[in-house]
Write a protein that binds this ligand. Structure first.
Ligand SMILES: Nc1ncnc2c1ncn2[C@@H]1O[C@H](COP(=O)(O)OP(=O)(O)OP(=O)(O)O)[C@@H](O)[C@H]1O
Ligand SMILES: [Mg+2]
Length: 342
């Protein structure tokens, strides 16, 4: 048997796992699964009820044999910083010291002891006097809560990553694409150009806000709204509303505007006049990628091709329908990244 690697994406709404097997000659999909995140287990991106989380993870581990092989956990959190920073050229030892010294400027949260910050960095580019680093950091407590829960469930966690960084690994086509991970409470826009990090931005809007908008627009409960949301396009949901569709309309606008503004920032940063000079298109993933009408709204607004990402195509095997497959993009990317690390 080849090396087994599990990518674990613990979201507010669903826990997604993809396990791959690395063999000479390629990567094979071994198993994938998604289950509902127990209510109250995660609150604003933090593990709030570890016991409930561990119970569900244990069931997954038992059912799929995920205790064999290693696990990479991916996180998306507003306090998880990922950015490009410039430093003068210096020895690796000096660089490590300089980073620790500058830590409070590099992260967006306060801390008293540098040991409370989990961070990593890699050199992206070197010039004659400077070097560009890709820096990632977040509160150690935030990360360790996930690690402890996964280990308590029997998983051998070997790494925690910024989830978006592994999304490009799930793309089987050539070209430059922006990734938009449409989640439940948040969404994440991620862009690399020529294989190098450009930006990652979290938008505080997701499928939960659409559901809330549908509840209000139709005077129905959450379960009914979730069902209706799956059946109809966003345009239709707004047009056919029996009550005030204001909340729904605002959520949709926030989502579309968030993506548009992020790409406009990219355009300005790269000093080009239109974003299609940089990107061939957008690939949407996460549970929200299956939301009817959303890809069209983004396409109209951005004037770029928008398609749903099917991460399973990279394993020469198309599983289920593309909309459902997109849910697993984060976990699939993490699984591949885990293999590369071995
Ligand atoms: N067919 C569908 N149509 C519309 N929305 C859908 C569909 N399938 C899933 N969703 C929505 O996708 C969201 C869940 O997606 P996902 O599992 O990516 O979120 P999450 O990762 O748990 O959340 P977060 O990233 O915010 O922590 C839910 O809001 C759900 O209603
Ligand atoms: Mg998610």
């Amino acid at each position: 048997m080849g090396q087994l690697s599990l990518g674990l994406d613990i979201g507010h709404r669903q826990i997604k796992g993809v396990q791959v097997e690395g063999k000479r000659g390629g990567v094979r999909l071994r198993s994938h699964a998604a289950v509902d995140t127990p209510s109250g287990a995660l609150v604003r991106g933090r593990v709030e009820n570890a016991e409930r989380l561990v119970t569900v993870l244990k069931q997954l581990v038992e059912e799929h044999g995920w205790n064999k092989g290693t696990t990479t956990i991916g996180l998306t959190h507003p306090e998880m910083v990922v950015k490009r920073v410039e430093f003068p050229l210096m020895s690796p030892k000096e660089l490590a010291a300089a980073l620790e010294f500058e830590l409070s400027d590099l992260v967006s949260f306060s801390f008293t002891d540098p040991a409370d910050v989990a961070y990593s960095y890699e050199v992206m580019d070197k010039a004659s006097e400077t070097q560009d680093l890709l820096f990632a950091g977040c509160p150690r407590g935030l990360v360790m809560a996930y690690v402890h829960a996964a280990r308590a469930a029997g998983l051998e966690v070997t790494a925690v990553d910024v989830k978006a960084l592994s999304l490009p690994r799930t793309l089987e086509e050539d070209g430059e694409f922006a990734f938009v991970d449409l989640g439940h409470v948040q969404s994440n826009v991620y862009v690399e150009l020529s294989g190098k990090f450009r930006l990652s931005r979290i938008l505080p809007v997701g499928g939960m806000h659409f559901t809330e908008g549908v509840m209000e627009a139709y005077g129905i409960n959450q379960e009914e709204a979730e069902k209706l949301k799956h059946e109809q396009s966003l345009d239709d949901l707004i047009a056919n509303a029996e009550r005030n569709p204001g909340t729904l309309r605002t959520a949709v606008q926030q989502m579309v505007a968030g993506v548009t503004q992020t790409l406009d920032y990219l355009r300005a940063m790269e000093r080009v006049s239109t974003v299609d000079q940089l990107l061939n298109g957008i690939r949407v993933c996460g549970g929200g990628a299956a939301q009817r009408g959303l890809a069209n709204l983004l396409r109209d607004e951005l004037e770029l091709p928008v398609a749903i990402l099917n991460p399973f195509l990279t394993f020469d095997r198309e599983k289920e329908n593309p909309g459902r497959s997109a849910l697993f993009a984060g976990a699939a990317g993490l699984a591949c990244r885990g293999l590369e690390r071995e």
